[in-house]
Write a protein that binds this ligand. Sequence first.
Ligand code: ADP
Ligand code: MG
Length: 482
Amino acid sequence: MAGEAITTNNEDVQNEWGQICSQLKQEVGEKAFDSWLKPLSISSFSSGVMNISVPTRFMRNWVITNYSDRIHKIWGKKNPNIKSINFIVQAADEGIMTGVHNSTCRSLLKKISQSPAPQNIYQSGVNNIQPEAGYVSDANQSLSVPLNPQYTFENFVVGKTNEFAYAAARKVAESDDIPFNPLFLYSGVGLGKTHLMHAIAWRIKQRNPNKNIVYLSAEKFMYKFVRALRYKDTAAFKEQFRSVDVLMVDDVQFMGGKDTTQEEFFYTFNSLIEEGRQIIISADKSPSDLEGIETRLRSRLGCGLVADIHPTDFDLRIGILQAKAKQLNCELPQKVAEFLAQKITSNIRELEGALRRIIAHTQLLPGKEITLENTQDVLKDMLRSYDRRTTIDEIQKKVAEHFNISVKEMQSSRRARTVARPRQIAMYLAKLLTLRSLPEIGRKFDRDHTTVMHAVRKVEELIKEDTSVAESVEVLRRSLEA
Ligand code: ADP
Ligand code: MG
């Protein structure tokens, strides 16, 4: 997305930025680098003004306070043409649209999101919840991989974090023309990219059974291509793609570093786009962040619509749990749903896995209902492994660092807002991310359990009212869970 806007010395400036990043990484350490500097990217450079995009307002303030002088200094030395550096917040819905006319695109997407949403519930049967089961074969067997019948739009629960990607996917699946090409979906693992791609394929098939849709992973593409090379059969390989109407390639990050495959993919990609065929790509990063992928391919990948799926939020996790429980005809008490949605935040795959385990467990013992106790019991190991991922000490350290206070101050009796607020946030995160009890958490802060309880409630309120608190908590949670 960023590459196109740079008007001069595109490559130079990108290279310099790469070098600056490596230097900063050494100076500030990997953790701070990953939290604060890695998410930055060059947005544009012209007439001596460098614009760097930052994902959130909170991060922008942090970067300006802590790193901008240093960035300025290093860069000024490398490139005297740079007169000033601005850090700009690239709001999600601006950042993710490129190569298309934004206002047109927004209104199109708005239209879809206003059209009646499908019922986002699973239809029936225990098997539905096991994605591996019940694959059906696809028409184009030699090239395409079978589609999962459960991965449909109807089974996709829509929330704030995935509504844009969902709307874009429906637009591609339901348009008679090609609204944007390629559609590039990206997110961390287990957040629904593959599900959405299959859903697009099912919908297109439904609307137009004659369309030749090919869905495959980048790995499969590479495997097929390498085989064709070995058997000196690349002409036949190319021929296979000629009749494709819709090509979907999942997880293209795996092409990183494989130069000949990339070249072939680039060729296939370009010729299909030229012939007006729809391409849909997924990856774990945005096109500009893909490592080991040639610049021209990266910029090609980003020239349609780029839509990301954000990590889930609490409401979506609850929605997904309820939908899946309903589909399984299973009574899931609200308390249990909340417990799971609070504890299992990494991705939807793990959330599903946990639910599946509890259901399987209770179904084995007739008359047994799902309760908070048996949920905690069944998931003990799973939750403990979550718990092991982060400790209260680590939380205190991270939060103190984040707010520029010391851990000692955090544990002290000082009540000034600058210390008390970070302390409350640390307590809140300790409750959220570990399995420690309130008294145990309290001891770590030299407080009793009622103080912790109060802190947790307070932060819950603040998250709703104060975006800067919400952002801090979110940034900290992510970096602690990383
Ligand atoms: P990714 O390809 O991003 O790694 P998947 O598409 O494989 O993720 O999703 C992982 C699991 O979570 C799948 O079983 C999928 O059906 C489920 N899933 C993901 N997003 C949703 C959603 N919004 N609603 C319902 N299920 C979802
Ligand atoms: Mg996937």
